[in-house]
Design a binder for this molecule. Structure first.
Ligand code: PGA
Length: 257
């Protein structure tokens, strides 16, 4: 049985002090659950102190980004190699990075390879924009994003990765995509992986959903076949909401087993 994966993306929020405070609150409110894996993605600056502070039975850490070269003349960047001892995961290809920092499909492919080769599990974020959605291009966009991102990985490496389906038009609006849309997109992603890397890889990698995840939506989203976790953004900054998401996921998983 795979654990349900809950990843809180704090984005560019919270000072180091505020991050410690949020972790302290989360540790008080969230129990140890064997069926749930909880990952926190704070700012780069907060990762090191939080690595000392988190209760490792409850939480793991993710970076929100990293640079694909291991070291060198890349002023301002932090490499996957540098993060190796601190994080289990790195978010790669978040739509905000694709949009604000013009990250190309090929750059994201290079990050995926660097991440895996440094022993870190990538959480590849994919999803169509509102314009692409309206133009009926969702499947094509997901195909291009997934196929390019994974193209330098072996089937064995793909087995362990996480893909987050995040429809860009549903991020930060308080209203997630409809179950039928999420199911169509995530099924399509798994089919792409199966075509390229085989059934074992497709069944073993984890596919999660992000965009406007709130505690009330958890049961509905996790009920969708093939969705194995959640990636809340703004709700993960509020300890009531984030612990509510974890508790709802735990209730759902317990009831299912
Ligand atoms: P949101 O963000 O939960 O605030 O919609 C999700 C994300 O961008 O990862």
């Amino acid at each position: 049985m795979k654990k349900t994966l809950i990843v809180g993306n704090w984005k560019m929020n919270l000072s180091v002090g505020q991050s410690s405070l949020l972790v302290a609150r989360l540790q008080q409110h969230i129990a140890v659950h064997r069926d749930i894996e909880i990952v926190l993605a704070p700012s780069m600056l907060a990762l090191q102190p939080l690595a000392q502070e988190i209760d490792r039975r409850k939480f793991r850490l993710a970076a929100q980004n990293a640079y694909p070269k291991d070291e060198g003349t890349y002023t301002g960047e932090v490499s996957f190699a540098m993060l190796q001892d601190i994080v289990h995961y790195v978010l790669i290809g978040h739509s905000e990075r694709r949009r604000e920092f013009n990250e190309s499909l090929e750059f994201i492919r290079d990050k995926m390879a660097a991440c895996v080769h440094n022993g870190i599990t990538p959480i590849l974020c994919v999803g169509e924009t509102a314009t692409e959605y309206k133009a009926g291009e969702t499947k094509q966009v997901l195909h291009d994003q997934v196929v390019t991102a994974l193209s330098n990985l072996t089937a064995e490496e793909v087995t362990d990765i996480v893909i987050a389906y995040e429809p860009v038009w549903a991020i930060g609006v308080g209203d997630p995509a409809k179950p039928a849309q999420i199911e169509a997109a995530t099924t399509h992603i798994r089919h792409q992986v199966k075509d390229l890397y085989g059934r074992a890889a497709a069944e073993s990698l984890r596919i999660i959903y992000g965009a406007s995840v709130e505690p009330d939506f958890v049961h509905g989203i996790l009920s969708i076949k093939g969705v194995e976790g959640l990636l809340p953004g703004s709700a993960s900054l509020n300890y009531h909401k984030f612990s509510g998401i974890v508790e709802a996921a735990h209730r759902f998983t317990k009831q299912k087993s």
